[in-house]
Write a protein that binds this ligand. Structure first.
Ligand code: FO1
Length: 304
């Protein structure tokens, strides 16, 4: 069975791990968000691809939910002593990956090629593919101006109200090699319980990916990232209220019009109605068993 998951952020990575645990080796392709990517201290950082890599490889810091376990921060502290920026926390172990990826990109290799190599070295038997090799960056429009995603999310602690989102470069971006093929060959497509605006939005803003999803002949099922109308972590509930007028399943489904055949929601969100069929279960991924259970529910809904 070939399964494609679209994912961004920590929740997306843990859902992908649930799917990874329940499908056979080599059966999972995860298409990762690159809208959060940034250049920091001269290095190319791909936080969502790295969350996937670290999570599937068992290297993630499970408490922080980003970066590597057993991390130390000496290089960043030293950079700060020399006047370098330190607001985006790159740990010593994490830096090793950014050094290798940045050098490979500078030498002309694509983000997809480098990512595949990292996945191979990590011993992960799923494919992690960036949505695009082209430059795509999410920007947030707030009442005080336009900032890059990480400047708003980490730099400002996502406090400013979001008025609109821009996926800079998306219109001109092509899907990375393998992305459209994976969707075309999939037996099921799943949208992880990630932020629809910040994580899935940049992926489906790539015209070739949106078209491939719209032309799918298999079912596509999304898992709502909200529980009881609230986000488990992050700014989604505030964003949905302001930009979609509410935090019910209807508003989550509304972010995916034309792209999904069903939405998995939590028991805390019923009674509910939406323009697509709703599948009700417990969606809190508190541990590995819960990740697997949510994955199974989504897969069952996709194979119905
Ligand atoms: N999140 C933070 O809240 N603060 C950080 O300093 C930070 C650094 C960081 C470094 C590498 C990495 O892969 C992720 C990092 N994150 C950090 C998480 C990241 O900003 C977000 O979780 C994702 O971009 C949201 O999808």
């Amino acid at each position: 069975m070939n399964v494609v998951v679209l994912s961004g952020g920590g929740g997306g990575a843990r859902f992908a791990r649930g799917v990874y645990d329940v499908v056979g080796p080599g059966e999972l392709t995860v298409i990762g968000n690159v809208g959060d990517d940034l250049e920091f201290l001269g290095l190319h950082v791909s936080p969502d691809l790295d969350s996937l890599l670290y999570t599937l490889a068992g290297l993630l810091d499970e408490g922080r939910r980003w970066g590597r376990a057993g991390e130390t921060w000496n290089a960043l502290a030293a950079a700060g002593e020399w006047g370098g920026e330190t607001w985006f926390r790159l740990g010593d172990r994490d830096l090793g990956l950014h050094l290798v990826r940045s050098e490979a990109l500078r030498s002309g290799r694509s983000l997809a090629e480098v990512t595949a190599e990292l996945v191979r070295r990590a011993g992960v038997s799923a494919r992690i593919v960036p949505a695009t090799n082209d430059r795509l960056r999410t920007h947030v429009l707030t009442e005080t101006g336009r900032v890059s995603f990480q400047e708003w999310f980490v730099g400002r602690g996502h406090e400013d109200e979001v008025v609109a989102i821009e996926y800079e470069g998306a219109e001109a971006a092509s899907p990375a090699p393998g992305v459209v093929e994976a969707i075309e060959e999939a037996d099921a497509v799943l949208l992880a319980p990630s932020n629809p605006f910040l994580s899935i939005g940049p992926i489906v803003a790539v015209p070739g990916i949106r078209t491939a999803l719209e032309r799918r002949t298999v079912r596509c099922v999304a898992v709502s990232p909200l529980i009881g109308g609230a986000a488990v972590t992050g700014p989604l509930a505030r964003m949905l209220s302001r930009m979609s007028g509410g935090t019910a399943p209807r508003q989550v489904a509304g972010c995916y019009t034309g792209l999904i055949d069903a939405l998995v929601i939590d028991e805390a969100d019923v009674p509910a109605e939406a323009d697509v069929p709703l599948v009700v279960d417990s969606t809190l991924m508190a541990d590995r068993a819960a990740e697997r259970r949510v994955a199974e529910v989504a897969l069952e809904a996709a194979c119905a």
